[in-house]
Design a binder for this molecule. Sequence first.
Ligand code: ADP
Ligand code: ZN
Ligand code: ZN
Length: 739
Amino acid sequence: MGKQFANVIVDISHERVDRPFQYRVPDRLQGKVCAGSPVLVPFGAGNRLRKGYVVELTDQADFDPARIKELADLDENGYNAASQLISLAWWMKERYGSTMNQALKTVLPVKEKIRPAEKRTIRSCLSKEELSDRRALWEKKHYRARARLFSALEDMGEIPYELAVKQLKLAPAALRTMEEKGWIMVEREAVYRNPVKENGEKSSGVNLNREQREAAEAFCRDYRSGKPGTYLLYGITGSGKTEVYMEMMEEVLRDGKQVIVLIPEIALTYQTVLRFYRRFGRSVSVINSRLSKGERYDQFERARKGEIQVMIGPRSALFTPFEHLGLIVIDEEQEGAYKSELAPRYHARDVAARRAAMAGAGLVLGSATPSLEAYSRAVRGEYRLLTLTERAKKDSRLAQTEIVDLREELRAGNRSVFSRRLTELMEDRLRKGEQIMLFMNRRGYSSFVSCRACGEAMKCPHCDVSLTYHRNGRLKCHYCGYEIPMPDRCPSCGSPYIAGFGTGTQKIEEMTKKCFPQARILRMDTDTTGGKDGHEEILSSFAEGEADILVGTQMIVKGHDFPRVTLVGVLAADLSLNAPDYACGERTFQLLTQAAGRAGRGEAAGNVVIQTYMPEHYSIQAAARQDYKEFYEKEMAYRRMLRYPPAMGLLVVQAASADEEEVIRAGERIRLTAEQAGKDGAVQVPPEITGPLDASVYKVNDIYRKILYIKHENYDILLRIRKKIEELELPAMLSYDLQ
Ligand code: ADP
Ligand code: ZN
Ligand code: ZN
């Protein structure tokens, strides 16, 4: 017997999901409707028929069952992107354990009325020579945005106004001035046309090398035969993965279908966006977190109406309402940003696979350092593996990487953060006028303050974590924002001997200044990039040679191409190796490999120096050799031995409450429930349960948190256990993370 009632929304938007209308499912529609089904419902006093979508089926009547109207019919012609997305939301709720509302709010657009955007285009009124002369002049004056605009105009003759403002960061006032001077023309138009095609300036891409061609062809063949699958494109840094994506996209677009390209926000720079724009012209649209809700809604509407064919953006671009989706590309699939930290805690990789399957589209995952998850699936044959083993540009070679043992440095009496070898290479590069990147795995790591007399560290009273010392003389909690001035005496023992330890990026910047006073230094971390466009500004001024040394966190290893960088120094590779979670070896390998991939992109040979206290660790060894296979084998063996994903499924349950008693009781109940569900006759092997444990930070904002880890080889059993826990309806707040 199916569920009796259907909750229906008649207006597709994020805001309406809280107020669905309930209808009775008549017998003749039983089994035919599900979440996402387009239906016709009698609406309002006159019972006029309206179109709507079922968002959930239930047996629970929201009000007097006698007064609940019946669904009129299934709207057979109503299947569209919205119904697919709602059905996707339902799948996400089941898979990740959120409420249906949370899932719907993730997939449906936030509706915001804005003035329909007028399509504006910037056209050049100058000859190519004039453009090029002006660009050179502006580069000299460091008018970066203008130089970028003219460089784009030199290439293409015209670009969309939005792109100039949002991606190239031109101020509208500057554009007006240029227009008044008669250098450019801003055209306003209502009708859509593709001028890039018309004047034939669209670039058709490079000539793919053999490996690239084979990879693209593998997808295109399957696509043409109507059976596109899931592919893992594993290609070393600089092997030309983006060119391969574009070739695949070309095939799909020719067929009249649409494409979503996910790129981590941090790598979504104007350089990247322009590459896609050059190739596909105005059919491309970009979303990022800088867009307002209204602007984002506008882009999604254009996608729905078929005005654009390619959407590029971070995780949320996955929910672009394309009606004829043919391909989803996820670049840098290993990136942590593809996993949502809010319920539903979904991973874009899996949701993309689901959406692609629903739409009959292909899915291509790309990476130079694939996640264990993706690579193990490729090994098992679930994904088709496509490989690029060589750098695409003839003259570019992988950098030479060496590992420096910091224990040796200390023994030799060197207490500086720079090893002797790194110092020597830095002096050499500064002399030659080449660029250097210095890389710290974590921001402000261990820059905590403690008392030398009693050993007490200064902690946040709400969160149970160390406060971080900032140069403005204040101590800050990175979890809740709590902030106090640096005390001059220890609050526990009154001793005046309190001091900061460890090295953050700020400290490194200061030490670099001291050791290399002649060098121009830029720093980039989340503190310096607080402004909306901060990180792109710092990266482009470095790319344009305005500094010799860039100091930063992992942010600096992504996105931009830096042809003048010939030395990369990783100051303390151990910081990320000592993080308290099972994936830290994987993350370290990825970071080091990416960092190493930054050196030697141009013509000059590159060097990479990795400083560490654990030189024999396989993550460091394999990264130094750029040997993914070796890393994969060792890491997989470790995961199998300790029974971690992807060798096992892992369900993390967190209970939280302001009442400590309550959270302790909840933890016990969850454990019992999981044990019982594991004894169920159908379950052959019982799950392994750890906990309840205190969360790594037990108290945040005065809320106590307990964690349980439940492991099993079979995901379905974990899903069943989660259902049982959900049915407990405990007074604590529960959240789930299925890995
Ligand atoms: P990845 O995404 O794998 O890091 P990219 O696609 O960014 O690599 O390519 C790296 C560089 O090599 C880019 O400047 C790109 O234009 C160039 N490139 C890619 N494929 C080719 C090719 N077949 N011939 C010449 N240059 C290429
Ligand atoms: Zn003290
Ligand atoms: Zn705090």
